[in-house]
Ligand binder design. Structure first.
Ligand SMILES: Cc1ncc(COP(=O)(O)O)c(C=O)c1O
Length: 393
């Protein structure tokens, strides 16, 4: 018997939702069915909402601090779900994962330095790098028609350039859907550690794992890479609480930690907000059962998409993800440019998908779909995609 209702359709229009109300700047109109951006159409777990409600009822929303039980909640979540227990002393705050990337870049690199990324990848990485004059160095993923892989030969070549000082690892990979295996991460870690490359390991998607896939925290791979790693985790994707703008950064090295903290203190962004603080703790203490049920629901959504495409749109293939709820649709048989494909979905289907080309090299011909939605909405989204593709005749 399921305890949570993921089939419930909740009206999100008119709630200042980025996904539902904020499409116009990107797609030219808000009159679309949104299957883009990475938040879910489900209510957050009642275990979190009750904690927030208690604080509302208390009624005082003054300055807040994070104490040891907060850090303990992060550490024990990582241990319970991912088999790696960070020391609570290593845990720092960030209002989001992207701000942590930016802070780390400011703390550890200089203008002109290269930062390695593995496209097609979460597009805000690019702006974070170039926004303060660092250079994007690409190590594109390879795609074999079914799955994405790291290209280690190219990675080694790129890291041999002494101007490359840092890497942004996306693990699990968005939008590639890969949950990197320990073996893959060992290779990646060894190449970075040998050259003293600092790795920002964006593990925001580490909790949504399908069919028994196992996430390996990068810092758990070796002591050498742990000393060079800044890991970011958050309840935002996992429990649909991105609006709480609260995430955790885990930094085993004291030197890196102190440096990171000095930039955070300078920017004066350590305060956090009361709802994010208590929300994160409640999520990591009480969210297991909800997440387990969510995962089963999402696995069924994946099956639904696969079957829908096979029966009605055999030209389009789901790139089956090991984890994350924002997989790619392989639309390369349509032979369209990125902008043309995006336009097709918007104009002929009235559906908003993240354009594959937004994710950089290797993304053209794909579209990213958000599957974290009730099945009835998923069906509507897929029917719109079908309408768009069939309009090509
Ligand atoms: C890989 C990845 N990193 C970071 C973020 C966003 O993080 P935040 O909202 O905490 O800045 C996302 C959101 O989709 C993401 O997919």
């Amino acid at each position: 018997m399921s305890k949570y209702d993921f089939d419930a359709v909740i009206e999100r229009r008119g709630t200042i939702s980025a996904k539902w109300d904020g499409m116009e700047p990107l797609f030219g109109t808000n009159d679309l069915f949104p299957m883009w951006i990475a938040d879910m159409d489900f209510k957050a777990p009642p275990e979190i909402l009750e904690t927030l409600q208690e604080r509302i009822d208390h009624g005082v929303l003054g300055y807040t601090r994070r104490f040891e039980p907060y850090r303990e909640a992060v550490a024990s979540w990582m241990e319970r779900r991912h088999g790696w227990r960070p020391d609570t002393e290593w845990i720092r705050h960030t209002p989001g994962v992207v701000p942590a990337l930016a802070v780390s870049m400011l703390a550890f690199t200089q203008p002109g330095d290269g930062i390695l990324v593995q496209p097609p990848v979460y597009y805000p990485f690019f702006a974070a790098i170039t926004g303060r004059g660092r250079r994007v160095v690409e190590n594109p993923l390879a795609f074999d028609g079914e799955r994405f892989w790291m290209d280690f030969e190219d990675l080694e070549r790129k890291l041999d350039d002494s101007s490359v000082k840092m890497a942004f690892l996306c693990s699990p990979h968005n939008p590639g859907g890969r949950v990197w295996t320990r073996e893959e991460l060992e290779k990646f870690a060894a190449l970075c550690a040998a050259r003293g490359i600092i790795v920002i390991s964006d593990e925001i998607h580490c909790d949504v794992l399908f069919h028994g896939a196992k996430h390996t925290p990068l810092a758990d791979v070796s002591e050498e890479i742990a000393q060079l790693t800044i890991s970011t985790v958050a309840p935002s994707k996992t429990f649909n609480v991105a609006g709480l703008a609260t995430a955790a950064v885990i930094i085993p090295s004291k030197r890196l930690r102190d440096n990171y903290q000095s930039v955070v203190d300078f920017l004066h962004i350590d305060g956090g907000n009361v709802f994010g603080t208590i929300g994160l703790e409640a999520a990591y203490r009480h969210g297991d059962a909800w997440l387990d049920e969510l995962t089963v629901y999402l696995e069924k959504n994946l099956e639904y998409i696969d079957q829908f495409l096979a029966e009605r749109l055999p030209g389009i293939k789901l790139v089956k993800p090991d984890g994350t709820y924002v997989p790619l649709l392989d639309c390369r048989t349509l032979n369209m440019s990125g902008p043309d494909l995006e336009k097709l979905f918007v104009e002929k289907g009235g559906v908003a998908l993240d354009g594959g080309h937004w994710f950089g090299t290797g993304g053209t011909g794909f579209a990213r779909i958000n599957i974290a939605t009730p099945r009835s909405l998923l069906k509507e989204g897929l029917e719109r995609i079908e309408r768009a593709v069939k309009s090509l005749g």
